[in-house]
Design a protein around this ligand. Structure first.
Ligand SMILES: NC(=O)c1ccc[n+]([C@@H]2O[C@H](COP(=O)([O-])OP(=O)(O)OC[C@H]3O[C@@H](n4cnc5c(N)ncnc54)[C@H](O)[C@@H]3O)[C@@H](O)[C@H]2O)c1
Length: 434
């Protein structure tokens, strides 16, 4: 079992990647530049696209598939040929903010059914500390009839890619790796070193690696929540938060965080995994939950501030029309999952405001399916307010005149700048930012 790495590099063994999404596909292609890979996903429509060298998430260019030794399949039996399995399926939360392990359990069953003596299974999905050993290994053992540790080895290596980030990429981010024993750790570390130019960090246990990942995102969430809370306080005081942060940041140890809408499937989700597990140990996290509460309220808060401004501008709310620019969960990505912009939109609509939405990256069909509204192809020229909700690249160069052109009555309207992009560029419009 100790020479799986050697077998992989000689192409005497095959590596499988289970779940080919934002995480799984880049990993699969990167490995497939060096070793033989089988990529498995339950969605045949997505698999079919990948066979045609198309990334269903539109993150990777077609060239990323070139020269890769990879077979794409939606048939779980094809996993049989592989001896080293990397699992990168989603780990979402349910409607009650509790971990939804169904994809992870289903993937573990698929792998367990074809598991052979000497195989390796490495989980990459973000989970709470203990999940791999307490929830996944028992499934692998039950399905295969084999024993972890003696018959097969297990590891955990969290994915740390940052969606839309073209600088910090899979290969250039240090990869944390862990294994069920020394031998496993060594083989897993060497295998990842094949593709990670930044190198690997060998964590002492699987739980440490699981915990490390979950706190990276929890730390971001709590820090952004603090900025959001400060923004609420300074708004009441009539102080611009960005001016305060700019001044405070001149101190060497002031941390570089900004207020904003925290959406997506990572930062707004992962802390709930830790909260869930902490409760099993009879601890009720206060700081983490408070952060979640503040961040989850920001879309509604921003909408209410705009409604107040519209009323102050003597607008009849039921006859106001607002343009929201950007609906994805963050800038320069097409991913709309768990976007807090949808909270902002639904809150405005609940007051009777007519809302139109544009986004150069989002897929109109996906938006309609997920949130129930249509994207507007071309902005009109009769809005009472424009909300720039996401700092997409094409929006950064917009000038005051561009917003005036979208507003009715020769630019007599309000600009809400969630990310504070235009704060030093607006002189005449009524302006508000977080
Ligand atoms: N997206 C990111 O930038 C990012 C970054 C770091 C960590 N993560 C973590 O990585 C994991 C995967 O996230 P993602 O964004 O790639 O998800 P995703 O939704 O983009 O992709 C998941 C893929 O898995 C497939 N799938 C679902 N159930 C399956 C099963 N039982 N068997 C095989 N395939 C299955 C889906 O069809 C989909 O193609 C999550 O735990 C997430 O928290 C994501």
């Amino acid at each position: 079992m100790h020479n799986i790495y050697k077998k992989l590099i000689k192409k005497d063994a095959v590596l499988s990647v289970v779940g080919l999404g934002y995480v799984g596909l880049p990993i699969a292609l990167e490995f497939a530049k060096k070793i033989k890979v089988v990529g498995f996903d339950i969605r045949e429509d997505r698999v079919e696209m990948m066979r045609r060298h198309k990334d269903p998430n539109r993150e990777l260019p077609d060239e990323a598939f070139k020269g890769c030794d990879i077979t794409f399949t939606s048939n779980p039996e094809d996993l049989q040929q592989a001896h080293f399995h990397v699992v990168g399926v989603p780990t979402p939360i349910d409607d009650h903010n509790l971990p939804d392990l169904r994809p992870l359990i289903a993937a573990s069953k698929s792998v367990g059914r074809i598991l052979k003596k000497g195989d390796y299974v490495v989980y990459e999905s973000t989970v709470y500390p203990g999940c791999t050993e307490e929830d996944c290994i028992p499934i692998l053992e039950a399905e295969s009839g084999l024993k972890a540790g003696t018959d097969f080895k297990v590891g955990f290596s969290p994915e740390r890619i940052n969606p839309g980030d073209k600088v910090n990429t899979l290969a250039t981010i240090t990869k944390v790796v862990s294994g069920s024993d020394e031998d496993a750790l060594d083989n897993i570390a060497k295998t990842y070193e094949l593709i990670i130019t930044a190198g690997v960090h060998r964590a002492p246990t699987i739980q440490v690696a699981e915990a490390a990942k979950i706190i990276e995102n929890t730390q971001r969430d709590v820090n952004i929540a603090l900025m959001n809370e400060l923004s609420i306080i300074f708004n009441r005081m009539g102080i611009n938060t960005y001016d305060v942060l700019k001044a405070a940041r001149t101190k060497w140890n002031f941390l570089n965080f900004y207020p904003g809408l925290v959406g997506g499937h990572c930062i707004g989700v992962d802390p709930y995994y830790l909260v869930y597990k902490a409760k099993e140990y009879r601890y009720h996290p206060q700081v983490i939950n408070s952060g979640r509460f503040v961040n989850d309220s920001m879309g509604f808060y921003a909408a209410k501030q705009l409604v107040k401004k519209l009323i102050a501008a003597d607008k009849n709310i039921l006859r106001t029309k607002v343009l929201v620019m950007g609906v994805t969960f963050k800038e320069n990505v097409s991913d709309i999952r768990n976007s807090k912009v949808s909270d902002l939109i639904s809150e405005l609509q609940s007051y009777g405001v007519t809302v139109e939405v544009v986004d150069p990256y989002a897929d109109a069909e996906e938006v309609l399916k997920e949130y129930g509204f249509k994207l507007t192809a071309q902005p009109a020229t009769d809005y009472d307010a424009v909300v720039v909700a996401v700092n997409h690249e094409p929006y950064l160069s917009l000038k005051e005149a561009d917003f005036k052109a979208m507003l009715k009555d020769n630019g007599d309207g309000i600009l809400v700048d969630i990310k504070g992009i235009y704060r030093s560029k607006i002189n005449e419009l009524k302006y508000w930012s977080l």
